[in-house]
Design a binder for this molecule. Sequence first.
Ligand code: FES
Length: 109
Amino acid sequence: MEGFEKVCHINDLEEKVGKRVMVNDVDLALFKLENKVYALNNICPHQHVAVMHDGYVYGGHVSCPVHGWSFNLKDGKINGRKGIDVFEVKIIDDEVYVKAEAKEPNWDF
Ligand code: FES
């Protein structure tokens, strides 16, 4: 569990509704889908705005509410290509833990 930080209780998350949390100064968007929780960088790599927690979840993806870029919840990819950073999540006794460390953003595609 080294590096993991408790962010919320599983019941604090609504199915397919994003929640914004900070872990080690990393802005994250959490999503619960079918009893799994995914953590993505909250900052959309398109125009670098912190909006992903307001994204629309469908078919295992979340789309940015600004222009609709769509990221796979599991690996953050867009159509199989590099997309957005994703982070490790663990659920223990219904508490949600995320491991995230600040790093320099890489906006190259
Ligand atoms: S800002 Fe997210 S798709 Fe444009």
